[in-house]
Write a protein that binds this ligand. Structure first.
Ligand code: UT7
Length: 318
């Protein structure tokens, strides 16, 4: 039996740092409110001419180098993003071209908002297990700053820009044990950008009912981690690292409490970049691996919830 495993990771954050204090000069908020309600200290904002594909390329090149591969080795590229460069072609096709790949394999985008990276990883895992892909590049990248209403304090303090990437390859041992993916479109109105192509509106910005999203996220995450471990036959004590979507430190610590995990075994990076949507999990994973906390052979639980609503998890041995 064949499994998929992570063989390289990469991450990228734009240069421009926007502190809580800087935001407090333009909207009615404070560093104290943002830090105590969310855990965020600062976020990164892409340059006016910097796109999702620009960020994705940086993260992808880091992951490909870490895997010891060259772009030509990739036969599967999936980009999880809610902020594509264009309506089409997909950001994955733009990225494939940037990487200099000709006559490549599969390239497409996944739109599952903040759960996009776990969705994309689950899809890549299926292709590798089935033997139809050998080396998959999975990228999570979002330029949230481009769809924020910078005068809305209930959203503009929460989000940031960035990209994270992994390269997955076939392995005779897990690797990925399982992925659990879910959605419930009945919650669509709680977190949305209420404008599109076939149903345009005057409001192309992120709108969120924060308190409702918060409550749902805490409940969903708690149930999801229990469901994931039970399905794979692991105990909470087997998990070495929880690598959660980075939206709010209070949601993360509630999930850790449910798992009875000490916060020392949770990778938290949102203080430095806020909620980067699809990029948040691969950025946290790359940070934990590059700073030496996450080691080969350890059991990792990745979990996310986001607009849609969508939610999902990946349980894997690194
Ligand atoms: O990626 C997945 C999607 N996103 C999330 O997971 C985010 C989920 N939600 C949250 O993280 C939290 O609900 C927030 C951080 C957005 C808000 O925290 P909260 O503790 O739920 O606050 P709240 O929405 O209940 O608002 C409390 C007060 C309100 O004032 P009143 O009505 O009590 O007078 C807000 O108007 O805080 C006010 N407020 C702010 N005050 C200062 C809202 N935003 C701000 C702000 N600065 N930036």
């Amino acid at each position: 039996m064949s499994f998929s495993a992570i063989i390289g990771t990469g991450g990228y954050l734009p240069d421009r740092v926007v502190s809580n204090a800087e935001l407090a000069r333009t909207v009615d908020t404070s560093d104290e409110w943002i830090r105590s309600r969310t855990g965020i200290r600062e976020r990164r904002v892409a340059a006016p001419d910097e796109s999702t594909c620009d960020m994705a390329e940086q993260a992808a090149r880091g992951a490909i180098a870490a895997a010891g591969l060259s772009p030509a080795d990739l036969d599967f590229i999936v980009v999880a993003t809610s902020t594509p460069d264009l309506i089409y072609p997909s950001t994955a096709c733009l990225l494939q071209k940037r990487l200099g790949i000709r006559n490549g394999g599969v390239a497409f985008d996944v739109q599952a908002v903040c759960s996009g990276f776990v969705y994309a990883t689950g899809i890549a895992d299926q292709f590798i297990r089935a033997g139809t892909a050998r080396h998959a590049l999975v990228v999570g990248a979002d330029a949230n700053s481009k769809i924020l209403d910078w005068s809305d304090r209930s959203t503009c303090v929460l989000f940031g820009d960035g990209a994270g990437a992994i390269v997955m390859g076939a392995s005779d041992r897990p690797g990925v044990y399982l992925t659990r993916l879910h959605a419930d479109g009945n919650y669509a109105h709680l977190l949305e950008v209420p404008s599109g192509v076939s149903r345009p509106s005057a409001d192309p910005h992120i709108r969120m009912h924060g308190a409702e999203v918060f409550k749902l996220a805490v409940n969903i995450m708690g149930d999801l981690v229990e469901e994931t471990l039970a399905a794979a036959g692991f105990e909470t004590t087997d998990v070495d690292w929880l690598i959660p979507h980075q939206a709010n430190e209070r949601i993360i610590s509630a999930t850790a409490r449910k798992l009875r995990m000490d916060m020392g075994r949770v990778i938290v990076t949102l203080d430095r970049h806020g909620n980067t949507s699809g990029a948040s999990i691969p950025l946290a994973l790359d940070t934990g691996i590059r700073d030496g906390r996450v080691r080969r052979g350890e059991l990792l639980l990745l979990e996310a919830v986001g607009g849609g609503f969508t939610w999902g998890s990946v349980l894997l041995r690194y």
